[in-house]
Design a protein around this ligand. Structure first.
Ligand code: PMP
Length: 405
C-alpha cells in the first residue's frame, strides 16, 4: 500500500492554506487536483513540442501527433478497449454523451422508440436524451431506485421493451455513491438486444474499469476527474456502433475528401473528432493515467474503501444527520444533511474551517425531487485524502451543528 503523505507531495495545491487553515479538499467528485506529473506534461509539451497534429510533415507536428496517438493507446489500455480506433477524444463526459445521443439517435432512434435511464442520473445523462427524444419523437423511461439508493433491477429490466433502443446508466452515482451492477445490467440488456451506455465519470478515477469485461457498448468519462486536465474526455464505443453512426460535427480532421457537392468521412476515430483536437490535454491525460497506474488502481480502490467506510462510520454517528445513499460497498461520495441546517450554510461554515465540500443539487435535480430535498452537502474523497481529514470533517460538521443549536 502506498504512503499517503508521500503521494500528497505530488499535489502542490494540497499544501496550501485557505483562511489561514490547511486546505482539506473533499470535492473530488466535482474535480480532482493534479499531480506535478500532469502539470509538467502540459508545460513540457508547450515548451518543447507544440505543433498542430496530423497535418504536418515537420518534426514538431510529427512528434505532437505521436504523443497524441500514444495517449489514445494509453486510454485504450487503461480501460482495456479492443482497439484505439474505438477511443474518441471529446471535451468530457458531457460532450461524449451529447455526441452519442445525437449520432446514435440519428442512426437508430425513431418515432415511438424509447431510451431508458435511471432516477440517479446526472443532468448530462438526462438532458441530451431528452433533447434527442424531442427531435426523434422518442420517449425517455426512468428506472426507479430504493431507499438505499440502489436501482430496482426488476423494474429496470421490466422497462425494456421492443421499443427500447438504449439504456444509459451511471457506473457510480455522483450523489449517492452507489456502484451500479453495470455488468449485470449490460448482460440482461444484451439478452434483449439492447445496447448500454455507461457514464463512468465517477468510476474511472476510483476502480479499474475493463470495458470488454463489462461488454459495454459505450463507456464515457472525463479527464479532469481522473487527475487529468480539464477540457479532455473519452468516448469508448464498440466499433460496430461507431461505424454505423453519422459524424457529430463537421470540419477538419473528420473528412477524407471534400468537394462543394459532397464529403466523404474519415475512418474511426477521426470521423468523430472535427477540428484541432486537444492534443496537449490528451498527452496530459495519459500522464494522469500513468500516474494512477503507477500507484495501482487496486490499491487506490482499497485505500478509498477504508477511507469511505471510516467516513460513513464517523458521519453516521453524528446527531441528526441524514445520509443519502447507504448502499453497501458504495463509492467515495457521501451526501448528507444535518437537522434543519441548510446545505449552503453547512458548506459555507465548513469552508471557513478550510474544508472544501460541495453543496446543492449536484446536477441531479430529478433525484433531489425524488428524495424530497433541495440539495445536500457532499463530501467526496480521493486517495490523497487522509483519515485525519475525515476526522476534521466529522468534527467540523459537529461544530457547525452546535452553532445552530
Ligand atoms: N456524469 C456524472 C456521474 C458526473 O459526476 C459528472 C460530473 N459531475 C458528469 C457526468 C459530467 O462530467 P463533465 O462535467 O466533466 O462533462
Amino acid at each position: 500500500m502506498f504512503d499517503v503523505n508521500e503521494i500528497r507531495r505530488d499535489f502542490p495545491i494540497l499544501s496550501r492554506q485557505v483562511y489561514d487553515k490547511p486546505l482539506i479538499y473533499l470535492d473530488n467528485a466535482a474535480t480532482t487536483q493534479k499531480p506535478r506529473q500532469v502539470v509538467e506534461a502540459i508545460t513540457n509539451e508547450y515548451y518543447s513540442v507544440n505543433a498542430n497534429v496530423h497535418r504536418g510533415v515537420h518534426f514538431l507536428s510529427q512528434q505532437a501527433t505521436e504523443l497524441h496517438e500514444a495517449a489514445r493507446e494509453a486510454v485504450r489500455a487503461f480501460i482495456n478497449a479492443g482497439s484505439a480506433d474505438e477511443i474518441v477524444f471529446t471535451r468530457g463526459t458531457t460532450e461524449s454523451i451529447n455526441l452519442i445521443a445525437s449520432s446514435f439517435g440519428e442512426a437508430f432512434v425513431n418515432q415511438g422508440d424509447e431510451i431508458t435511464i435511471t432516477a440517479m442520473e446526472h443532468h448530462s445523462n438526462i438532458v441530451p436524451w431528452q433533447m434527442m427524444a424531442a427531435r426523434r419523437g422518442a420517449k425517455l423511461r426512468v428506472a426507479p431506485i430504493d431507499e438505499r439508493g440502489e436501482i430496482l433491477m426488476d423494474e429496470l429490466l421490466g422497462l425494456i421493451s421492443d421499443r427500447t433502443r438504449l439504456i444509459a446508466v451511471a457506473h457510480v452515482s455522483n450523489v449517492l455513491g452507489t456502484v451500479n451492477p453495470v455488468k449485470q445490467i449490460i448482460s440482461s440488456a444484451h439478452a434483449k438486444g439492447v445496447p448500454v451506455l455507461v457514464d463512468g465519470a465517477q468510476a474511472v478515477p476510483h476502480v479499474a474499469v475493463d470495458v470488454r469485461d463489462l461488454d459495454a457498448d459505450f463507456y464515457v468519462f472525463s479527464g479532469h476527474k481522473v487527475y487529468g486536465p480539464t477540457g479532455i474526455g473519452v468516448l469508448y464505443g464498440k466499433r460496430r456502433w461507431l461505424e454505423a453512426m453519422p459524424p457529430y460535427q463537421g470540419g477538419g480532421e473528420m473528412i477524407k475528401d471534400v468537394t462543394f457537392e459532397r464529403t466523404t468521412y474519415n475512418d474511426l476515430p477521426y470521423k468523430f473528432e472535427a477540428g484541432t483536437p486537444d492534443y496537449v490535454g490528451s498527452n496530459a491525460l495519459a500522464a494522469a493515467l500513468r500516474y494512477v497506474t503507477s500507484i495501482g488502481m487496486d490499491d487506490i480502490a482499497a485505500y478509498e474503501r477504508r477511507l469511505t467506510d471510516y467516513a460513513m462510520q464517523r458521519l453516521a454517528a453524528i446527531d441528526g444527520i441524514r445520509i443519502f445513499g447507504t448502499s453497501p460497498g458504495k463509492g467515495a461520495v457521501i451526501s448528507f444533511l444535518v437537522g434543519g441546517i441548510h446545505h449552503l450554510d453547512m458548506g459555507t461554515l465548513l469552508d471557513r474551517l478550510g474544508i472544501a465540500v460541495r453543496t446543492g443539487h449536484h446536477c441531479a435535480e430529478p433525484l433531489m425531487h425524488l428524495l424530497g430535498i433541495e440539495g445536500t452537502v457532499r463530501a467526496s474523497f480521493s486517495f490523497y485524502n487522509t483519515m485525519d481529514e475525515v476526522d476534521a470533517l466529522a468534527d467540523g460538521i459537529v461544530r457547525v451543528a452546535r452553532m445552530f443549536r
